[in-house]
Structure formats: C-alpha cells, structure tokens
Design a protein around this ligand. Structure first.
Ligand code: SF4
Ligand code: SF4
Length: 127
C-alpha cells in the first residue's frame, strides 16, 4: 500500500499545480518546530524570539503555529516568500508520501477537506 501511495503521489502532483491552489497555505496553520523557527528567523535576519512574537502562538496541543490561517508568507501570486526555508510541516504536506504511509491514513483523510491532490490520490487507490 505504501508503494501505491508513493506512486500515486508522484502521478497526481505532476498533474496538479499547487500555485493555482495554495489552499493549504490559506486555510491551515502549520506547526513550526524550534529548528524551523531558528532557520526561518535567521533567513529573515530576525531573532527567533522576535519571529515568534510577530508570527506565532502556542495552540492547544502546545505547538507553535501561525497566528493566522492565511499564511503571512503567501504572496498574491501564491508563491511562498520563505519557500527554501519553510517549516518541515509545509514541506511534508499533504503527508501522502511518507515512509509508513499506512500510519498516516487518518491524516490523509483529514486533509481531504483541504487538498484536491489528496482527493485525487484516494480516488485512484484500488479497493
Ligand atoms: S492544498 Fe494540496 S494541491 Fe493545494 S496547494 Fe496545498 S498541497 Fe497543493
Ligand atoms: S510558510 Fe509558505 S508553504 Fe508554509 S503555509 Fe506559509 S506560504 Fe505556505
């Protein structure tokens, strides 16, 4: 099943243009781990504490997330202004390509409401 998911992930993301969508960047708040914060703050020439104050808050699970659901780093052209240093959570979204994909099925199902690529991948999974 993992192999099929990885293959479909490849196939679907060749067809879908994320720059025409950007729904994830407009509707969900990714988690920022300490490593993400340090890396991004450095690239913006900010202190990590200043970055946290400006952009993040702690959610109910105790994780740092963006202050707003529409990412402040998303441009009008749907490009991410911090793409090269973006959080791991953004790099891995929509989590349809991890090793041990079978452990991520719940998360994939959750992303059905946000990501058209997930809908397409799940439609093509043979039952
Ligand atoms: S929601 Fe899915 S298809 Fe849309 S930009 Fe995000 S990853 Fe790409
Ligand atoms: S940091 Fe970049 S990739 Fe992540 S949500 Fe914001 S705009 Fe999207």
């Amino acid at each position: 099943m993992d192999r099929k998911f990885h293959q479909l992930n490849e196939e679907v993301f060749q067809e879908i243009d994320c720059l025409k969508c950007a729904n994830c960047c407009k509707t969900i708040c990714p988690i920022f781990k300490e490593r993400d914060i340090d890396r991004i703050a450095r690239s913006l020439k900010m202190k990590p504490s200043a970055f946290v104050t400006s952009y993040l808050h702690i959610d109910d699970d105790g994780d740092y997330v963006l202050n707003q659901t529409h990412s402040p780093f998303l441009g009008k052209d749907n490009y991410c202004s911090i793409y090269n240093v973006r959080p791991k959570a953004c790099r891995e979204y929509p989590h349809t390509n991890p090793v041990n994909m079978h452990k991520y099925l719940g998360l994939a199902a959750k992303n059905l409401t946000v990501c058209p690529a997930v809908i397409e991948i799940l439609k093509r999974i043979p039952l």
